[in-house]
Design a binder for this molecule. Sequence first.
Ligand code: ADP
Ligand code: MG
Length: 527
Amino acid sequence: MKTTKFEELPISEKLLKGIKDMGFEEATPIQTKSIPYILEGRDVTGQAQTGTGKTAAFGIPILEKINTKDKSIQCMVICPTRELVIQVADEIRKMAKYLHDIKILPIYGGQPIQRQINALKKRPQIIIGTPGRVQDHMRRRTLKVGNLQMIVLDEADEMLNMGFREDIENILEDTPENRQTVLFSATLPKSILQIAKEYQENPQTVKVVHKKLTVPSIEQYYFEVKKSKKLEMLTRLIDINNPKLALVFCNTKMRVDEVSDQLQSRGYFSDKLHGDMKQRQRDRVMGLFRKGDIEILVATDVAARGIDVDDVEMVFNFDVPQDEEYYVHRIGRTGRAGRQGVAYTFVSGKEVYKLRDIQKYTKTKIKRQSPPSIGDVEEAKANVILKQIKEVIENESITREINFIEKLLVDEYNTIDVAAALYKIIVSKNRKENIEEECDFGDTGAEPGMVRLFINIGKKHKIRPKDIVGAIAGESGLAGGLVGAINIYDKFTFVEVPKEHANKVLQAMKDNRIKGKTINIEPANKK
Ligand code: ADP
Ligand code: MG
């Protein structure tokens, strides 16, 4: 569709300048279609996929409509997660770079409430918040909405999926009836339409669907593979392609746990993201993924939605998604910002029918590939080593090494023999290092397969077993049921965890607090 230059929209010079500074050239289709209606004051229901610029679609008209002389709360944006609240607040702040009299305040659960109350007293005009916390402040009357002009529900489908329906309805009930109500969503299921019907007045529906799917820079393939062989397939593809950042999608949280644990225990830099994790853990994981410390992120659809990391090179659909639209969202996580991206879908048994639906719905052809063999993996690994060798020959001095090798070159061996033997040594050494990483704790006096950890808190600190299990499960994501024997003494505690998870638990618990006390945790010494 035809897009619009931002200059063609009725927005102020200063706002335009802020938008230009962000590098935006043209309005995206959803922005082109919805901004004029929102500026007019109409209620709008907007539908467009993730990554199509919905934030600016409401952010621009919000900034344009704020009366800078008025220091009351004029607009609220409700988003499903803290992560998104922060993203949206950042994006709107950037656009408002040259608008000096506009104050924007993000509020979300997990932040001390008193600090938020103080911030609210500084008279922000725009609130970006999660449903629970916004409602909480409205009830305390620390967030006064008497002069509210506009409310935006961002990622509305996600908020309903996460069970926020009642909170949202409460918020809508308790804000002035004559407010403008804007709703953005990637999908428009019945539940959303009901909310629109009840709380919007003569809304203008704006849809941009499946636009991004035709992006040619995402190559899409599928593999037919037995369910029990999916993990093997995943690791082979990772080994062969060696992506800098990759996302692996599973249909359930349980599956995410499984796949993530298995990848970690095989030595991959991977972690997971799902709705059962505490916000703090999710923030930590996202931070590490952004930095590249985590290379493979295993996630559910809900947890990964709305997160914008631009350098994801590959998306793996470990399971075929249940909903065709999810497929679109998932693969849209790669090939962002015009980069090359690849999406691989693993198909087993009946999933092949679902795949057919997806192809029909998205009007694309997902190409079949035959599964890579062990030989392919070895070849890919060999290529990495050969490349290193080439670099050393070309860029480094190896005279000394040549002298050593020459000693071997007597009648029986030639240079090829020597090189091949060295290659073999390197490969088997790599393999050994991977194995050792998992179990260098020595004998900690634990049950077989477990590692006993020492923590410097005990009865004296009123510690109970459930505090220990809770802290370990909460911080490391290890299922509580996997925590083994716990012995609590006066000043310290022993707890056993499975060997393959011990490193993860130690990392996650380091410098953490239990019952307010900063703890020290380390592998136990056998008595
Ligand atoms: P959505 O909410 O639809 O998932 P976002 O609002 O998060 O999408 O936007 C996705 C990315 O596109 C962001 O990095 C944003 O800065 C960028 N973006 C938004 N609008 C434009 C535009 N008009 N031109 C270029 N980039 C844009
Ligand atoms: Mg969004």
